[in-house]
Write a protein that binds this ligand. Structure first.
Ligand code: TXA
Ligand code: MG
Length: 312
């Protein structure tokens, strides 16, 4: 494992603080990092990976104290963090009020996945950036997760800055565990074995079932589900709220516009907040204007389709 080079760390931290992307090493795989409090920066992750969906991302922290700024730790959650952090365990926990994370990172959920990576370069970077870092694996969507800086550079044809920390020791992503009261539910199998968690804590860990109340959003159809019914590709009927995109039509009801200029990047930034606002307005139905299926539009439409899917 390569030790941190202070100059390289400082440069990478400056990039991240300026809202740019930087790939960095962890013990599992290389991550494509962005400031998790900066919606624009987080969106660049999806654009750069060519990822068609806004799955919520794991937020990397320097230590438990930093993680506690963003989530509420029950005694059980704290016990897990103290046992396995730094390490390949991501914990899905309730968001803390005033957390400041972009809602693109959490995909509009009221929980967040957090972990402290066990890699000296990652930890030095997190301390220098002094920001929580959202980071999925640093590969173009659909390609294998990278375990070396060289693979990251090749994958993105040199378009992504990479902080080199030598080969990843684990080579598979972190285990994701939801802590729900006294229940522990594994949402993704990963580098930390279930047995090890069960032995250390002396309690069982459930495996997430398909369609269960809590599951990894990638497996879930109805994901961020507003109370109001959503009608997609629609113009509003009387009594409905309207989520517009592009030039605003004449409409006297409650309306938000994702982007009056038709900018998909702006629309993606506004998506979850505006859905929440319209939902909170008390409307029983929200009509959503058509969104082009190009670029980030694919991710926006995916989220809208999930939000509109029938509830179980
Ligand atoms: O090893 C790893 O975890 C790597 C390295 C770079 O740290 N990172 C990684 O991150 O795999 P990412 O962002 O690709 O993992 C995202 C997955 C989502 O697909 C989802 O299943 C789960 O984490 N996830 C994130 N937030 C969640 C939440 N609030 N509730 C349930 N699952 C969540
Ligand atoms: Mg991945």
């Amino acid at each position: 494992m390569t030790e941190p080079d202070p100059k390289a760390i400082a440069e990478a931290a400056a990039l991240l603080r300026a809202g740019k992307l930087c790939a960095f090493p962890t013990e599992t795989v290389y991550g494509l990092g962005a400031d998790a409090t900066n919606a624009d920066a987080v969106l660049s992750i999806y654009e750069t990976k060519g990822r068609p969906r806004f799955n919520p991302l794991i937020v990397h922290c320097a230590d438990l104290a930093m993680a506690e700024r963003y989530a509420l730790f029950s005694p059980l959650a704290r016990q897990l963090a103290e046992a396995f952090w730094p390490g390949p365990l991501s914990l899905v926990l309730p968001l803390r009020a005033g957390h400041g994370l972009s809602d693109i990172v959490t995909a509009g959920l009221d929980t967040v996945a957090l972990r402290v990576p066990d890699h000296p370069v990652a930890l030095a970077l997190l301390r220098a950036a002094d920001r929580p870092l959202a980071a999925p694996s640093a590969n173009p969507s659909g390609k294998l997760s990278p375990t070396s800086a060289e693979q990251v550079r090749k994958g993105f044809a040199g378009r992504v800055t990479v902080l080199d920390g030598g080969p990843s020791q684990r080579g598979v992503e972190s285990t994701i565990l939801a802590v729900d009261g006294e229940r522990l539910i594994q949402l993704r199998a990963g580098a930390l074995a279930l047995d090890e968690i069960e032995q250390r804590l002396g309690r069982p860990v459930e495996r997430a079932k398909k369609g269960a109340a809590i599951s990894a959003p990638g497996m879930m159809l109805s994901h961020y589900a507003p109370d109001a019914a959503l009608r997609l590709d629609a113009m509003p009927q009387p009594g409905e709220a309207f989520l517009a995109f592009g030039p605003t039509p004449l409409f006297s009801g409650t309306m938000r516009n994702l982007s009056p200029t038709g900018d998909l990047h702006e629309a993606a930034c506004n998506l979850f907040a505006m859905l929440h606002e319209l939902d909170a307005s008390g409307a029983t139905a929200i009509a959503v204007a058509p969104i082009p299926q190009t670029g980030l539009g694919e991710a926006i439409n995916d989220r809208l389709q999930r939000a509109a899917a029938p509830r179980s």
